[in-house]
Design a protein around this ligand. Structure first.
Ligand code: SF4
Length: 437
């Protein structure tokens, strides 16, 4: 029987040694950074769910990549190694793929990064999948069986499989947290965002598939915490009542990403907490620059903040996500943002550096104006390292400003303050504290 070994690379990465050291010492930072970089392995376990019966598979998690990882995978005697990585880990993925090829094992590589840089990836893998994996996966497996892999498999943005396949959640082993996708992409198009449209057009998963996937997760772990690995859960046109019925029935705790507008939708606020939602990550983005493509998301700050308050008043914490280093950032604006964050009532905060991921309009803009730092390769695209020349600051000034902000925003007193905010909000969450409502 042919065997495919799936490998996903993620994990927490920071290039700048002093920021890494500082981050590891701050109570609030490590959690945020590792949550950020914990890639849902959904792409690969979804492909695993599509395997014909004639194939066997194994799944390898990133922590195994440290010692003797290649030998460990080779024990599976794979006919094919399928690797998925994002930009900051893609160089490691290439090295890994090279190691398998030296051992005469064929490799295929896919994901957001290689979909935008397939020529680069082709130098390190026998086959590269451009776009979504599902439409081309069965063809690729058949070619692999015939020892006839093509160098490239291209799924167009409109190409999709008719059915959503059930991910093999069981391959993840004994985990506390599962990821489930209820949609692909996002109908908005913020120009820094790599997630919204690069792989395929926005579409929502039918209710019956969400129900089946939740049942599969619950079978593995009754009290699982589920991350909806969506880009913008409520931005589409789904029937929210049907959606909440399913989540309520599943009786799980979950969190997701969604833009602030859900805070202006009473039909969502009424049911969010009761359906098990504990946290919403929402992008407020930069306070000095409004990105092209933000569309309806782009309103004055007060309106966004009011919407976030409404979500928190409904018993659900908001993780406010902010970007530092956009056009117009200065030392003064960094100080202003720090002060704003220290006084804000967000239950959780995520501050990252503007990062021009390949394939985005932001990347093209900075590349065309010659502002990408050539000496900083993909491994610097961590969200915590500067990768371009800012317009009004030196690289060093932005690095220092970010470091200082991290120190303040994730320091012990600010972290403790947010912990208290979270506790108070969750007291109003009817699912977590049923008697208080
Ligand atoms: S709203 Fe969020 S997911 Fe959608 S394009 Fe903007 S940043 Fe990306």
């Amino acid at each position: 029987m042919p065997h495919v070994s799936f490998i996903t690379l993620s994990g927490f990465r920071i290039h700048k040694p002093d920021l890494l050291e500082l981050g590891l010492s701050l109570p609030g930072f490590q959690d945020r950074a590792s949550a950020l970089s914990q890639l849902p392995a959904l792409g690969l376990i979804t492909l695993a769910g599509m395997l014909p019966e004639s194939w066997t598979s194994s799944y390898h998690s990133p922590v195994e990549t440290q010692n003797g990882f290649v030998e460990l995978v080779l024990r599976d005697q794979p006919d094919l190694v399928a690797i998925s990585a994002l930009t900051p880990s893609v160089t490691e993925a290439y090295t890994l793929s090279d190691s398998f090829r030296v051992q005469h094992v064929k490799t295929v590589i896919g994901g957001l990064h290689v979909s935008t840089c397939p020529d680069e990836a082709s130098q390190h893998a026998d086959a590269v999948v451009v776009g979504s994996g599902e439409p081309v996966w069965l063809e690729l497996l058949a070619d692999s069986e015939r020892q006839n892999l093509k160098p490239r498999y291209i799924a167009g943005r409109n190409q999709r499989t008719a059915e959503w396949s059930m991910p093999r959640f069981d391959l993840l082993g004994n985990v506390q947290r599962y990821t489930l996708q209820t949609q692909r992409g996002c109908p908005l198009a913020c120009d820094f965002c790599a997630a919204s449209r690069l792989i395929e057009q926005f579409r929502e998963k039918p209710a019956k598939n969400i129900r089946q996937e939740l049942a599969a997760i619950k079978k593995l772990k009754k009290n699982a915490l589920v991350e909806l690995a969506d880009d913008n859960t409520f931005a589409g046109e789904r029937d929210v009542h049907e959606f909440f019925d399913i989540l309520e029935e599943a009786d799980i705790r979950w969190f997701t990403e969604a833009d602030w507008r859900l805070g202006e939708r009473p039909e969502i606020l009424k049911r969010l907490a009761a359906a098990g939602c504990v946290q919403i990550l929402t992008g407020i983005e930069s306070l000095v620059f409004r990105y092209p493509g933000m569309a309806q998301k782009n309103v004055e700050l007060n309106r966004m903040i009011d919407a976030c308050h409404a979500i928190q008043e409904a018993g659900v914490c908001v993780n406010g996500c902010f970007i530092l280093g956009a056009q117009g950032e200065t030392e003064e604006s960094i100080d202003r943002l720090t002060q704003f964050l220290l006084e804000s009532t967000f239950a959780e905060l995520q501050v990252t550096l503007q990062t021009p991921f390949p394939g985005t309009a932001l990347y093209r803009r900075l590349q065309q104006s010659g502002r990408l730092l050539p000496e900083r390769d993909w491994s610097f695209y961590t969200l915590f390292d500067v990768t371009y020349q800012p317009d009004l600051l030196s690289v060093e000034q932005l690095e220092n400003g970010f470091q200082e902000m991290i120190q303040n925003v994730y320091g012990p007193s600010a972290t403790l303050r947010r912990k208290k905010i979270r506790r108070d909000i969750w007291r109003g969450n009817s699912r977590l504290y049923p008697t208080s409502n």
